[in-house]
Structures are given as C-alpha cells and as structure tokens.
Design a protein around this ligand. Structure first.
Ligand SMILES: NC(=O)C1=CN([C@@H]2O[C@H](COP(=O)(O)OP(=O)(O)OC[C@H]3O[C@@H](n4cnc5c(N)ncnc54)[C@H](OP(=O)(O)O)[C@@H]3O)[C@@H](O)[C@H]2O)C=CC1
Ligand SMILES: CC(=O)N[C@@H](CCC(=O)OP(=O)(O)O)C(=O)O
Length: 399
C-alpha cells in the first residue's frame, strides 16, 4: 500500500487524523476500531481522503417522492460529503420535498423535477429509487460517467431470461446487466468498490442472505430443505396508493402473499447458489404485517452431519466480528424488529430446533434502511471511497 500518500483520514467535517509518523494507527469509527489498512483498503479511499477532502459528491435522487427516496434524503442530511443536487418525481414533479414529506421540511433542497428535465451535468452519482420495470431504460439513458446505485430489482438477476420469467417483461438493458454488481455489501464489498452500477438487493433477500451465506460458505448447513418465513412492514410496498395496502386491509391481521411465486425467490436462490457453487432452492413465503416498517425472517435449516448449534453461532459471530452493521446477538436473545427500527443494523441469532440436527435462524432489519436506502448509501460510500459507515451510524429509534 502507498503509505506515503496516506497521510490524512477524514472522519467528519473539520476532523482529520494525521498518521504519517504512526506505524499502526487505529481509528474509531462507530462501534468498531478500524486499522489503517481497513479504512484505506482501496486506492479510491486514498484519493478521496487526500485529493477530494473538500469536494462534495453531487448526488441525484431519482424517485425522491417515494419511501426509499425520502429515506435517502433523511440519511444524507447527516452525510458530510454527499450533497443532493437533483431530485426527480413523476406525479409529484414540480413540488418541494417539504410539501411531499413534511418531516424533511428543514432540508434546503431543489424542487423535484421530471426525469426528462433533470440536469445531470451537475451530478457525480445517482440513487435510482424507481419502480422495477421503469429503471432499465432510465439508467441506460444516463451519462456514462455517473456511479449508479439502483434500488429496484431491474439489475439484480444475472440471467436475463430468469428476469423475464419472474418479472414478466423483456430485459431492456442486457449489456448493462453484464456490468451490474450485486450490492449485498458485507458479502461483495470488493466488487462493489469498483462498480459503475450496483444492483441494491431486495429487502427480503438482504435479511435472508446475510445469515445464510456465511453458514453455506463454511459448509455448516445442508443446502436442501431451507424454509424461509418472512414478515414485512407495509412501507415495503411503496407509497403509491394500492387497495391492498389500505389501513383497513392491513391492520388487525396478518396474511401471506406471493406464496411459491414471490419474485424474490430467484434473487435469494442466485445469491445462495453463488456461494454454494451449486444450485440451491428454497421455500419462501412472505407475510404482510400491520406495521409501517421492519422485517423479520425466520429460517429453518438442517445442519450438516456432526455440526452443533454452537458451530453456527460461532461462525456467524466470527464472520461479522468486524462488521458495523451485522450484529450476532448473545446466545438465547431473540431479534426484534423494534430494536433495528430506523437504522442500518441487522440483528441475527440461531436457535436449536427441538428436532435433532435442525436449527432456526432469525434475522431482523428495517426494510427501508438496511433493506433499501441504508444499504444503498453504504454501497455508494464504498464506490466513492469513503468509509462505508458515513452517514449511517444513527442508532435505532426506540421505543
Ligand atoms: N419500499 C421498500 O421497502 C423497498 C423498495 N425497494 C425498491 O425501491 C424502488 C422504490 O421503492 P419505493 O420508494 O418503496 O417506491 P414508491 O412507490 O414509494 O416511490 C416510487 C418513486 O418513483 C417515482 N415514479 C413512479 N413511476 C415512475 C415513472 N414511470 N417514471 C419516473 N418516476 C416514477 C414516484 O414518483 P411520484 O411519487 O411522483 O409518482 C416515486 O418518486 C422500487 O423498485 C422498490 O421495489 C427495494 C427495497 C425495499
Ligand atoms: C411488503 C411488500 O410489498 N414488499 C415488496 C418487497 C419490497 C422490496 O424489497 O422489494 P423490491 O426492491 O424487490 O421491489 C414486495 O413483496 O414486492
């Protein structure tokens, strides 16, 4: 590593650590102690730390009038380096953010415009928070030099035939699909750093792959018979009005949907198969819960022969030891959605089933943060060479 070039690490506005004469500097960042090598593991970090320390990254939020767009804006209010220069909307084009989202009324931001009227000359990076199916054409038309994080499902499936089968429409940007990197940050960090286009994972796939991938990588569970039962808050369905999401339809009850055919099945299977190096299939059933945000996945697995529940716990604990956002809970503690609400954290634990050889894994996230906008910001931080926790260390909102 070019240590000579690495003489300043920016922590927050106005706060610099000079480390030129220190052989093993360590930096507190959130709840983790990072070594110099961890913070500076990409050449882009060096560049951002030295050359661009006083330059903002100019960001466009496409779909700013939606739930994930508004979460990006909320998170960027605490970001020292990213500045929003363009915001778009469809039906709400022409309106200010404060009129569409009064909780953001203090943000001094440009009014939202239609995408066709947006000026991308004043933009370095894009958060694309649009419905799947609309996104491929729009990203294809953006200037090529922009770094893009797409929150929709349009670039998540590597096999475009699979996309066409599950999304019921032809893929309209197959060349771009080849470049897209799947943005499950903790797993694909090195690929994300250098990506031009990151396909941010779906909320269910995030909550499911984070606990399963380390166990599959270590051959601790059988890849057959994985059963996943997930629950989501209603914001997962977006802000556009739909009869099925009326208060009267979702309150005082819970129901399953998309049984056997939810479009996140191929995304989950793709991610698990990639690390298993063989085709993995899962049984997945999502449920809609009468809460605005939050997601809980309960995953039933068979352990590999000779594996004990402690082995699963130890593997997940070790795998995520140095990760800020994935917390392995103490043995016996149950993950609750209310303890990650509004934050980028994922809480995980494993429990022995009463049937020998089987285990139950529970994970929770906030679908709008780690399941969408928080992970998107984590990815753009990496792509622009900033510590990936920047702007994301707000603690969960409780009660
Ligand atoms: N909600 C969640 O928990 C998660 C969502 N996602 C994905 O993120 C993306 C955004 O989701 P979410 O924010 O919930 O959705 P919303 O429905 O809340 O927002 C959609 C946004 O896109 C705009 N829009 C709609 N249609 C068009 C169009 N044809 N052209 C241009 N702009 C359009 C809307 O503008 P206007 O309001 O003016 O109509 C709005 O700004 C989706 O692909 C979703 O699947 C991913 C993970 C989790
Ligand atoms: C409650 C609810 O409706 N949730 C959405 C998933 C939201 C999400 O992560 O998905 P995408 O980014 O893939 O759209 C659904 O089931 O379609």
């Amino acid at each position: 590593m070019a240590t000579a070039a690495f003489n300043i690490v920016r922590l927050d506005p106005g706060c610099f650590f000079k480390d030129a004469n220190i052989t093993k500097p360590k930096i507190w960042w959130g709840r983790k102690l990072y070594t110099k090598a961890m913070v500076a593991s990409s050449p882009r970090t060096l560049q951002a730390s030295n050359d661009k320390a006083h330059e903002d990254v100019r960001v466009a939020v496409l779909g700013a009038s939606g739930y994930t767009g508004s979460e990006i804006i909320r998170l960027l209010a605490n970001h020292p380096h990213f500045r929003i220069t363009v915001m778009t909307a469809d039906r709400k084009a022409g309106q200010s953010i404060g009129s569409v989202f009064p909780h953001l009324i203090t943000q001094d931001l440009p009014d939202m415009v239609a995408i066709k009227d947006a000026n991308f000359g004043d933009v370095d990076a894009v958060f694309c928070c649009l419905p799947h199916g609309t996104t491929q054409d729009i990203i294809k038309s953006l200037p090529k030099n922009l770094r893009v994080v797409d929150l929709s499902a349009d670039f998540r499936l590597q096999d475009i035939l699979e996309y066409e089968e599950w999304y019921g429409q032809p893929h309209r940007a197959p060349d771009l699909q080849k470049e897209a990197v799947y943005g499950l940050t903790e797993i694909w960090r090195e690929e994300i750093r250098n990506a031009g286009l990151v396909a941010n994972p779906g909320c269910y796939p995030t909550s499911i792959q984070l606990p399963l991938i380390p166990l599959i990588k270590a051959n601790l569970i059988k890849c057959s018979h994985i059963i996943i039962d997930s629950k989501s808050g209603v914001s997962g369905a977006g802000r556009s009005p739909k009869e099925a999401n009326l208060f009267t339809e979702v309150s005082e009850g819970i129901h399953a949907y998309g049984i056997t055919k939810h479009r996140h099945v191929p995304e989950i299977e793709q991610g698990l198969s990639d690390v298993a190096h063989s085709k993995v299939t899962v049984s997945f059933t999502p449920h809609l819960m009468p809460m605005s945000r939050g997601m809980l996945s309960t995953i039933y697995v068979e352990m590999a022969p000779g594996v004990r529940i402690e082995d699963l716990h130890d593997q997940l604990k070790a795998y995520y030891e140095n990760e800020e956002f994935v917390c392995m809970l103490k043995k016996g503690d149950t993950p609750h959605t209310r303890f990650v609400r509004g934050s980028n954290y994922c809480h995980v634990n494993v429990f022995p089933d009463r049937n020998p050889g089987k285990a139950i894994i529970i994970s929770v996230i906030d679908n709008l943060v780690k399941g969408a906008s928080g992970q998107a910001l984590q990815n753009l931080n990496l792509m622009m060479g900033y510590p990936e926790t920047t702007g994301l260390l707000s603690q969960p909102l409780f009660p």
